[in-house]
Design a protein around this ligand. Sequence first.
Ligand code: 4AD
Ligand code: MG
Length: 434
Amino acid sequence: MSAGAPDPIARAFAPDRRGAPVRVRGWVQRSRSSGGILFLHLRDRTGTVQVTGKKDVLGPEAFAAAEHVQVEGVIEVEGTVADDPRAPGGREVRARTIRVVDPGLPFPIFQEQTEEFRLDKRHLVIRSDEHVATFRVKAELLRALRAFLDAEEVLEVTPPILTGNPAEGGAEAFQIDYFGRPGYLSQTAQLYLEAMLSPHERVYALTPSFRAEKSRTPRHLTEYQHLEIELAWCDLDGLMSFIERMVVAACHAVAERRPAELRALGRKPEELAALAPPFPRISYADAIDRLAREGFPVRWGSDLGTAEERALTLESAVPLFVTRYPRELKAFYMLRSPDDPRTVEATDLLAPEGYGEMVGASCRETSLDRLTERLTAVGANLADYEWYLDLRRHGNVPHAGFGLGIERILRWMVRREHIRETTPFPRTPSRHTP
Ligand code: 4AD
Ligand code: MG
């Protein structure tokens, strides 16, 4: 066996590699043998290549061992790179030796299985081409978002996940037994980010958020990755401008660095590369008028559900900001609009093509009296929020922030029907295993 590390499979396709010796290793995607020749498709993290092995070259024993390798079994191959127009990519590796690392047992995953079975076997299913591409795009998305925030001098901080008070609506918080006292899994890091605003002025956190929503929709998970940003000295226009620049930067980076994965998932990278600020804006009031004209049974005060959000962007290739919602529809901490006491300075960013809300954003109420009034109105226990109210007593400045659901934006980017396909181990009301 030749010394040194094996070659990445992608190397076999480099122009100068024809006729060269290689050593590759990886997982067998499929195999067949006919007339003393074995054809294997071998996958590693860099790509796939066809490997051919002849019985008279490998010897009968090694040939038989290689023939018994199952789908997802692992081998290491030494051989030479050869052009072959019949092989995918026009190249193959002609094996001189095949070493079996793990023959594997028969792989239990096939195309035609039920969705429930595939979710039970999720730990194996995530080796599929679809999931490999999706999670590479997701990694690029996270990298791009962090790069943008770093360039904007927003500081990454680490808020807690175990908390003593629900922040985003008690009914949808997962309650836990915290040594005999009630605790909650975090729904949002926002209140902690607000606490860290002074002294840092611009902070963000990427944390899991938990929502005990029983809604079985294609866009709800009970655990999701939440990127939250909090900015001092920011108003609604400043907030929208920040959000659209961040979304555009992320889309451009993903289009540039993962074009093949995007195409494989049905998204033209050019569509993401073409996005540019500003995104269109519509007030909640105008959105209600428009939906009513289109026949939706809505009036001022109605919540925008999946169907309504879908209708607002179905025909659109760019995201849409919906602004200034009725305060009753939104969380207690949102700033009352200066010119309309019925609305709050909030905006949701809806994804194009009907995919729905991907960002929830607002300016924060700075008035201690109004905050107390809103907390009381929503039935919160004021004592639980004493620490938060303290923030309004010591160095209180205008500020705003937002949360981006990573799986929500990714679902649109890679055009998945169901949000569970954007996370390796989805948590939904009916499932928290494997
Ligand atoms: O709109 P939400 O509830 O806003 C907040 O939690 C704010 N405190 C965030 C902030 O201002 N720091 O949630 C923010 C985003 C939504 O726009 C959506 O993208 C995502 O989180 N999200 C979900 N994603 C997947 N499954 C769910 N059940 C989600 N609920 C919210
Ligand atoms: Mg929201």
